[in-house]
Design a protein around this ligand. Structure first.
Ligand SMILES: [Zn+2]
Length: 117
């Protein structure tokens, strides 16, 4: 799995740059820098609380445990006003979660026109 050498977060395949710091992701880190949260993988990032909460609810109703990490919770200031919220799932659920999220986004996009406020 791609991982950011700077933030130490893992991302699902297909993401090539870290959304937090813009660093190119690498295939793996040396073992000593791997986080305690190594069992958790970032499957989705967003700037919107409501989107993160909505996806968390949907994933959990599909039986997938979700953890939300936000830069608002950490002590270092986010650049600009863009706050990246990360959705993490357990590694064993990552494939299911990605499939689920892709389906979900597809549905959202097809409903965009009628739901747009
Ligand atoms: Zn990073």
């Amino acid at each position: 799995m791609p991982v950011c050498p700077n933030c130490k977060y893992e991302y699902v395949n297909g993401i090539t740059k870290c959304p937090d710091c813009g660093e190119d992701l690498v295939d793996e880190l040396p073992p000593e820098v791997v986080l305690n949260e190594a069992d958790w993988v970032v499957v989705y990032t967003t700037s919107f609380d409501y989107e993160a909460e909505m996806l968390k609810g949907n994933l959990e109703s599909a039986g997938i445990s979700v953890m939300i990490l936000s830069q608002k919770d950490s002590s270092f200031p986010a650049p600009g006003d863009l706050s990246i919220i990360k959705l993490l799932v357990k590694k064993e659920d990552a494939d299911n979660a990605v499939t689920f999220l892709n389906e979900f986004k597809k549905n959202l996009e097809s409903e965009d026109e009628e739901d747009e406020a």
